[in-house]
Design a protein around this ligand. Sequence first.
Ligand code: G6P
Ligand code: MG
Length: 210
Amino acid sequence: MKQGVIFDLDGVLISTDEMHYKAWKSIADELNIPFGIKENNLLRGVSRMASLDIILGLGNISLPDEEKEALAERKNRRYVELLQTLTPSSVSNEVRDTLKELNDRGIKTAVGSSSKNAKLILKLTDLEKYFDAVSDGTNITHSKPDPEVFLKGAEFLGLSPGQCAVTEDACAGIDAANAGGFFSIGIGDAAGYEMSDASISSIRELLDII
Ligand code: G6P
Ligand code: MG
């Protein structure tokens, strides 16, 4: 029985992964780099700059750092514009009920996201109240598959990795959870990833396996 659950945000609690895709696609289109759903899956859980490096790599393009900074900033402006459409009803009842059930059971909950926009998303969707801690892109120096974001999350909860499960839609996130010694649960794109300790097709299923 786990005492804590750490949730990835984009693509697990909310479909902001589609907004990341739209924003990156517009940048890739400008650069004439073919970019579809398959390529987008490579960016799940990966930091903003590392995502840009992957996209530029797909197009065999190398750019000076200042241009890369400008592109990443432009992508973020588009992404944040898309985020403004989020409201509490952007979160499914199933996600809300699952988080509430964990709270009621006294299981500690944290967000573990590489995103620097995580707190904004939690605020816009009124999800903050379900979490005891938030570990995000603002408190880490290494992004997934490095375990830092989850290790910090567990530390904020006052728990050890062995006491926590991590729920992730990114293969890089499952690798990060495993590297940190967490029980890794794959959902969405990471459901069925052979490195996951468990796979679920729907978030409420985690209540039966932790
Ligand atoms: C999450 C998403 C990634 C995104 C990263 C950084 O891990 O899955 O697709 O690149 O956060 O997000 P940010 O909002 O800081 O650009
Ligand atoms: Mg994700």
